[in-house]
Design a protein around this ligand. Structure first.
Ligand SMILES: NC(=O)c1ccc[n+]([C@@H]2O[C@H](COP(=O)([O-])OP(=O)(O)OC[C@H]3O[C@@H](n4cnc5c(N)ncnc54)[C@H](OP(=O)(O)O)[C@@H]3O)[C@@H](O)[C@H]2O)c1
Length: 227
């Protein structure tokens, strides 16, 4: 399969890319701000593209690199790159809010749009959301901007699954609970995560390659504990 993973410089995205590229049948392209760690894997079936996803105006350059690499089209896009913010509602500035929406919502929206001509039939777009954005879940003080951005990503998933059905493209979201990464440690310094990045990366990689055979437009919680 031809697989794209965003934000694979570290954490869950890195582990997802590592797992997906273990199969020689897969060709993996990762989009990272920092390609140092991923390049250390030295895998022939992994191409790293150094790119800051906040540069949404340059997505057409990115899509030409991607279409040149995948001559036979894209099978899987994993919108994993994300940023986190802990700030009370009262202190959250417009800039903070925009940063959350830019990376967690606008980036998956416009990257998917830029890549639309290159998806194969029965391709799978997998958005990595959060339990914070899962409707009806327990919410935490200080996480309003982050949770809103992830909740909107879930709505985007549902909307695109309907709109892209005529192209036979499936779109799903996984709402992750706690996974031991730099992001989680900064968010909940006194809490032990219920999953590690390696196991979650393997789960996401497997789901991205098979989940579209069983699910479309689904918002799936992947969580053992709260948070
Ligand atoms: N860990 C959890 O408990 C948890 C829970 C729920 C949801 N999630 C979601 O899971 C995803 C992965 O999170 P994680 O825990 O692995 O976090 P992480 O360790 O902070 O990794 C986030 C990745 O996204 C990349 N990224 C951020 N902004 C970017 C940008 N502008 N351009 C390109 N790449 C960018 C980061 O790149 P750099 O290396 O350059 O910073 C990093 O590789 C996120 O969407 C997060 O919201 C995580």
């Amino acid at each position: 399969m031809n697989i794209i993973i965003t934000g694979a410089g570290k954490g869950i995205g890195f582990e997802t890319a590592k797992h997906a590229s273990e199969s020689p049948n897969n060709k993996v392209l990762v989009i990272c701000r920092n390609i140092l760690e991923i390049n250390k894997l030295k895998r022939e079936n992994v191409k790293s593209v150094e790119f800051d996803l906040s540069n949404i105006d340059s997505y057409s350059d990115l899509s030409s690199i991607i279409s040149d690499y995948f001559h036979s089209g894209i099978d899987v896009l994993i919108n994993n790159a994300g940023q986190f913010l802990t700030k009370s509602f009262a202190e959250t500035k417009q800039g903070d809010f925009e940063k959350m929406l830019n990376i967690n919502l606008k980036s998956p929206y416009f990257l998917t749009q830029a890549l639309l001509p290159f998806f194969n039939k029965n391709a799978h777009i997998l958005n990595i959301s959060s339990m914070g954005g899962y409707q009806g879940s327990l919410k935490f003080p200080g996480l309003s901007a982050y949770s809103i951005s992830k909740g909107a990503l879930c709505t985007l998933t549902e909307a695109l699954s309907a709109e892209l059905s005529e192209l036979n493209i499936k779109v799903n979201a996984l709402c992750l609970g706690s996974v031991s990464t730099q992001m989680f440690q900064e968010a909940f310094p006194n809490f032990e995560a219920s999953a590690n990045a390696q196991d979650m990366g393997a789960y996401i990689s497997n789901f991205a390659q098979t989940g579209h055979l069983f699910y479309n437009g689904k918002i799936l919680p992947v969580s053992l504990t709260i948070p």
